[in-house]
Design a protein around this ligand. Structure first.
Ligand code: CTP
Ligand code: MG
Length: 555
């Protein structure tokens, strides 16, 4: 009964939304010719793989051969891998979905005399006592795929061994980006949660968005998920003059937001009570964008589940597109994100800090400002859009081209190293007090409202992406940009140390590695005092103080 009444809730959301997107019919052939997949294709592929996959908790003593032999009884396996997260887990992708059904048919639901389990049959399984420990074939001897990044100290060492700053930037990107396995695991977790949500909304999907799929995600980043009810047949379809339509009068809510809150409240409760491995469930329904936050223990992901958040999906698509246009985009974003985290410019705790999303938009804006520009403006991408790309969400124009082949890039030959140095200089002297960053136009413009940092939201143009940032956080960012710009200009920092080793046998940090070391700009001077000096004076002062410090160290 509960299932039935709640199933009607979804009908009243999104009635004022015009989504003229023929996503499923979109042609992705041209993208793939260049080896570039659209985000849509990637989603379809990965979701389909996830549907055929199971997540199995294993014992470290499990014999891998026996493990595989046992599972192949249910069908052919396409891919599998192991990883560690509070124990060893395996992701197993079968060639056919029937194998998953066959596997689940035979599983036992645990329950003892003191405990009783909710009989929710999920694809999160536990495999025990499959043969004893023998030879080297036990799992502990097998490679577990890393699901987290290397610690910053390790990274600094690794970078210090590289022979150029360009190589350091590539090496950082390589070390931090999501792996194929991690991406599969993210889609699998969405698919497992979808199994819960479909109890209420049988045709819904749960899609990852944000850094899990936009190309800028670092191993260990949170998993942003969108409960997608748009794909339910009959939605956004004009009511016929005659014939059947769903009766939902009783379950209408007075706003789209209220419906989203009500759906997330129910799904959140369900995740809390029945979701295997989901712990610490918090319903944050009064946020601007209501969400359910929890930790998915078997994967180690911190999850944020939202609904009715189509604009965020659009901005994910946009970031993905920019990242695919030129490899320098992703590597600069990774480098800047890592640098910002190392200096506490960004934080995992919400607050007045600059967010990774804001930082990414800042990198994109900077790349649009190069001469010639490395990436086009959003307005240009909108002008290139075809009819299938049209998208208007709650009155906001979210249209932009999806076919990579329509986008002509200008030939900018700047190296990653040059761009990194220029990035720091650009923001070390940017007139933040007067100007707002606008990636739609690729130009700064007068601030429409008072805020220390103003970055126009690319789709909801009346909003400021960095509204949360306070003056002292912006000051810190600017001071660190000045310091890093300066460090990159010093021959001492910007050339390899010829394999020299420091006290503990570690290579002497140089280049990008130096920029990740604790900052020498100690406490930031008071804002008032610094404001009176022009930027060049400030940099001069900074240079002096750094030189003095270096001399002190040498003596
Ligand atoms: N988003 C947005 N507007 C904002 C904040 C976020 O459109 N003001 C969208 C972006 O598409 C963003 C996604 O929501 O990528 C997820 O937000 P968040 O988790 O804060 O950022 P991520 O890009 O996922 O970065 P992180 O790795 O820090 O999670
Ligand atoms: Mg995120």
């Amino acid at each position: 009964c509960l299932q039935k009444t709640d199933a009607f809730l979804h009908r009243s959301i999104g009635t004022d939304v015009v989504v003229a997107q023929a996503e499923a019919t979109r042609s992705d052939e041209s993208d793939e010719k260049n080896g570039r997949k659209s985000l849509h294709t990637l989603h379809v592929e990965r979701q389909e793989q996830a549907e055929r996959s199971v997540l199995i908790s294993c014992q470290t003593s499990t014999n891998e051969k026996k493990f595989l032999k046992y599972l192949t009884k249910h069908g052919e396996i396409n891919k599998y891998f192991f990883y560690e997260s509070y124990g060893v887990y395996a992701v197993v992708e079968f060639a056919n979905q029937e194998s998953v059904a066959s596997l689940l048919e035979g599983v036992a639901i645990p329950g003892g005399s003191h405990e009783s389990a909710v009989p929710f049959k999920s694809r999160l399984l536990s495999l025990r006592n499959l043969g004893s420990v023998d030879s080297s074939n036990q799992l502990s001897g097998w490679q577990c795929q890393p699901q987290t990044t290397i610690p910053i100290n390790e990274l600094i060492k690794r970078l210090s061994r590289e022979e150029s700053i360009n190589k350091q930037i590539s090496s950082l990107t390589e070390a931090y980006q999501l792996t194929e396995e991690n991406s599969r695991l993210r889609f699998l977790v969405c698919s497992l949660l979808k199994d819960i949500a479909t109890a209420y909304f049988p045709e819904c999907t749960i899609k990852p968005f944000g850094s899990s799929v936009n190309g800028f995600g670092k191993l260990g980043c949170d998993l942003d998920m969108l409960l997608d009810l748009d794909s339910i047949s009959g939605r956004n379809v004009k009511l016929p003059k005659s014939g059947l339509s769903l009766e939902y009068q009783m379950k209408r809510a007075n706003s789209e937001r209220a419906v989203t809150q009500s759906i997330l409240s129910v799904i959140g409760k369900c995740i809390d009570q029945f979701g295997p491995g989901c712990v610490g469930v918090q319903k944050i329904l009064n946020a601007r964008c209501p969400l359910v936050r929890f930790a998915h223990q078997p994967s180690g992901f911190q999850c944020d589940l939202t609904a009715n958040n189509r604009v965020a999906m659009k901005s994910t698509e946009l970031l993905y597109l920019y990242g695919e246009l030129d490899p320098r985009v992703r590597s600069l974003v990774f480098t800047v994100r890592c640098w910002a985290r190392a200096h506490g410019v960004t934080s995992s705790i919400p607050g007045a800090w600059i967010t990774n999303f804001s930082l990414t938009v800042m990198v994109l804006f900077f790349l649009q400002k190069r001469s010639p520009p490395i990436i086009p403006t959003l307005d240009h991408l909108r002008d290139l859009a075809g009819p299938a790309d049209k998208s208007v969400i709650e009155g906001n124009d979210c249209t932009f081209v999806s076919d990579f082949n329509k986008i002509q890039l200008q030939s900018n030959t700047e190296t990653q190293e040059q761009l990194l140095g220029e990035f720091f200089e650009f923001y070390a002297t940017f007139p933040f007090s007067r100007m707002s960053l606008n990636i739609r136009k690729g130009k700064e413009q007068n601030k429409p409202e008072v805020a220390p940092l103003h970055i126009q939201n690319p789709f909801e143009t009346s909003l400021n992406v960095s509204k949360n940032v306070n003056a002292s956080q912006l000051d810190r960012f600017v001071a660190l940009c000045q310091e890093s710009a300066w460090l990159l200009q010093q021959s001492e920092t910007s050339t390899p140390r010829g394999g020299g080793v420091g006290d503990e046998g570690a290579p002497t940090p140089w280049g990008l590695a130096t920029l990740l070391l604790p900052s020498q700009v100690a406490g930031i001077k008071s804002r008032k005092k610094r404001r009176r000096e022009p930027a060049s004076e400030r940099i001069k002062g900074l240079l002096e103080s750094l030189k003095n410090k270096n001399q002190l160290k040498k003596s």
